[in-house]
Every structure is written in C-alpha cells, then in structure tokens.
Write a new protein. Sequence first.
Length: 127
Amino acid sequence: MPIASLPGIIGSTTPGATSWVYYNGPAPNTSGLYVDIDYSSAGFTHTPLVLPVVTGSIDNWVMQVTVGNVTATGCRIYIRSTLEGFAPDPTYANANNWTAQYAAVGNGIWVPQPITFTWTAPPCDHV
C-alpha cells in the first residue's frame, strides 16, 4: 500500500531581522515575544500542523516555544523564557540572531491548539 504524501512547507525568518513583537503576559514570567508567520504560498485549503523551532545564540536558559492562531495561511510563534525575571525584547532577540523556523504539514490534520515545546539550551563551552 503506498504512503500518501502530505502537502507541506518549511520556512524561516531572517536572522537578526525578525519582526519580533513584545507581549506582556497576565502573570509573572509570562511575558515574551511573538512573530507572525505567513505561509500562504503553500496553498493549504485547511489548517496544517505547524511545528515551530527558535534558533540563535541562546545561552543556558530554558525557552518555551508555542504556536497559536494557526490557519491555512499563517500562524503566530510565541517564545518566552522560563527564568525568573528574564523577558527578552525584540532588540535582544535580533542581536542574538533569534530565528523562528517552522514546518507546516498536512491539510486539515486536527491538532489541539496551542502546541507548546519547552527545551533547555546546552551549556556553552566558549569564553
């Protein structure tokens, strides 16, 4: 039986020039950044599954990455630090080349929203 192929697209914002927007969360340690992603060129007719990743210079802290507002034409990728008292701003993010990367696949795959990923940056060995 052949495996059906799913429509998909991968993309990335520009390192050092991402249009990050600061948001102030309703509780302590819930502030962070978001960026709106446009993948309308993929031609999805239904909402795809979106998997977000944020890369760049991120030293020894835990980042939470969430995707929300997912539609057939785009989504919003949210990031926030889980460190007490640290809320990154757009200038800091771009100075450290934070980049939102994503893969959007399928065409109408049901996935509960939002999807949240949490990971810890490895220790840095550089001086």
